[in-house]
Write a protein that binds this ligand. Structure first.
Ligand SMILES: Nc1ncnc2c1ncn2[C@@H]1O[C@H](COP(=O)(O)OP(=O)(O)O)[C@@H](O)[C@H]1O
Ligand SMILES: [Mg+2]
Length: 328
């Protein structure tokens, strides 16, 4: 199996003339009853000739050179076709080890703070376990809108463009997302959405943990950076670290850690009260060898999102400046 994996990684994707090792293109490899089942990302699915050449070489390797009985080979397109991809848009994946740590709140508020810096921001709500960005923005249930070509038209809220998994589910009906459906949804969000071509930032609210969405996105957006959100509680830091290490495995860079619900500012004496423990963000940052970018206090926004004249809004302003500096 290891020999097979290594040899597969050394094969060439003739649609871009790079090895699958370089393109990080081996998605999955299984062997059942001496039949090898492979999923690989291919750079240019439209180039049928080069794709066939690649396929032939892999089939020869598996069946003739290594002597397996059979092979199932599936190619998945890896390149983005959207113009934002060429226009220097920065992709930020907002991740967490588990749900309920405030990932969606951090995603929306960081996005909004970036707009206050004059940046054009889009948000992909990709949390397949429960879309919460519309909720954070105070939106009622939103329905997908498309143009005549079947492309999604993003919603515009708080100066940010938004698409959401909510487009693809019926109300109150949880949906089990499986491989092809998930890929088709992500394909829609990144390739078939009429984003402003001059977006500066596209933030992605990931599902908690290290699942398929992160793996597929790691492949589709190799230049994306990840921000890991955690709470100060030490027990949360273990799973948050895992999410960050998962990203590394996909060769994604972790930009830093945001600790949310870090402390409560007592309105009586302005004392910082560490209601949910302390130190979690620092632990995760040090485990991943990155910076703790921000500590967000506990509090409610006057409206849905924090503004610059609110204490927590200022914390988000600082976070946005830091992120923008790190990425430019
Ligand atoms: N800094 C904060 N202070 C107070 N409540 C918060 C804060 N951040 C998030 N919350 C609340 O915690 C809950 C979970 O937040 P959410 O962003 O939906 O988390 P996740 O996306 O990680 O599941 C929500 O009810 C949200 O309002
Ligand atoms: Mg959420």
């Amino acid at each position: 199996m290891d020999e097979l994996r290594e040899k597969l990684l050394n094969m060439i994707d003739y649609t871009c003339n790079e090895t699958f090792n370089t393109t990080n293109g081996l998605k999955s490899l299984k062997i059942n009853d001496d039949v090898v089942d492979i999923e690989m990302y291919i750079a240019d699915i439209e180039n049928k000739e080069a794709q066939q050449e690649t396929k032939n070489a892999i089939v020869r390797l598996v069946k003739l050179t290594l002597g397996y009985k059979g092979i199932k080979l599936k190619f998945i397109p890896s390149k983005l076709k959207n113009t934002i991809y060429d226009n220097n848009c920065k992709f930020l994946l907002i991740a967490s080890g588990k749900g309920g740590v405030g990932k969606s709140n951090v995603c929306a508020n960081l996005g909004y703070a970036l707009t206050r810096l004059g940046k054009k921001v889009g948000i992909v709500d990709a949390d397949i376990y429960g879309a919460s960005i519309p909720n954070v923005l105070g939106l009622p249930r939103i329905e997908a809108r498309g143009d005549e070509n079947g492309n999604l038209i993003p919603f515009m809220e708080y100066n940010m463009e938004l698409v959401s998994t909510e487009f693809f589910v019926e109300e109150n009906r949880p949906l089990m997302w499986r491989g092809p459906m998930l890929q088709s949804m992500l394909d829609h969000f990144f390739n078939k959405t009429n984003w402003d071509p001059n977006l500066d930032y596209l933030l992605v609210d990931l599902p908690p943990g290290t699942g398929d969405v992160a793996i597929d996105l790691g492949q589709m957006l190799p230049q994306a950076k990840m921000i890991v959100v955690t709470t100060p509680h030490k027990s949360a830091s273990y799973v948050a670290t895992k999410a960050g290490l998962g990203a590394r495995e996909m060769k994604l860079e972790v930009l830093g850690v945001v600790e949310n619900m870090s402390y409560f500012i007592n309105p009586v004496n302005n004392a910082k009260e560490e209601i949910f423990g302390a130190g979690g963000g620092k632990i995760v940052a040090s485990n991943l060898d990155v910076d703790l970018l921000a500590q967000i206090p506990i509090g409610q926004a006057k409206n849905n999102l924090f503004e610059s004249d609110e204490v927590i809004g200022k914390v988000y302003d600082e976070l946005a400046s830091k992120v923008d500096k790190l990425l430019n």
